[in-house]
Design a protein around this ligand. Structure first.
Ligand code: HEC
Length: 114
């Protein structure tokens, strides 16, 4: 296999994956920021699913970003007792002061509202 062939192939793969980059980004970020231990896309784990969060805030990315920031900085409790049984979310220091990542995550979550 020559180098040109490999370069063309990886170029193609990059082009294809760019379309789903945003989706991949959001999911990867949730993982990277340590949210995935308690939040999944569709199922409630310890915390509400991302989809449930998206729906509650009508897919509004600004509102969702606000809730992300608040919960990451201060933690949260009492808003999702019906789905969590009253378990609180502890503050997440590893995800604080990362406005760009928080925004990407919020945009991705917002897109999950149906
Ligand atoms: C240890 C488990 C845990 C981790 C880790 C966690 N969460 Fe949560 N999260 C929860 C629980 C439990 C709730 C529901 C709290 C409540 O009832 O108000 C919640 C609620 C939320 C909400 C909804 C807030 C609202 O007011 O509606 C958002 C947004 C959220 N989490 C974002 C995040 C993000 C972003 C991360 C990663 C940086 C994260 N969570 C990590 C457990 C967790």
């Amino acid at each position: 296999m020559n180098k040109t062939f490999i370069a063309v192939c990886s170029g193609l793969a990059f082009g294809l994956s760019a379309a789903s980059a945003q989706a991949a980004d959001g999911k990867a970020l949730a993982q990277e920021l340590g949210c995935s231990a308690c939040h999944a896309v569709q199922e409630g784990l310890v915390g509400p699913s991302w989809q449930a969060v998206a729906k509650r805030y009508n897919g509004d990315p600004e509102k969702i970003l606000e809730r992300i920031k608040k919960n990451v900085n201060e933690g949260g409790s009492g808003n999702w007792s019906d789905t969590t049984g009253g378990v609180p979310m502890p503050p997440q220091p590893q995800a604080q002061d990362k406005p760009k990542k928080q925004k990407t995550l919020a945009d991705w979550v917002a897109g999950l509202a149906e």
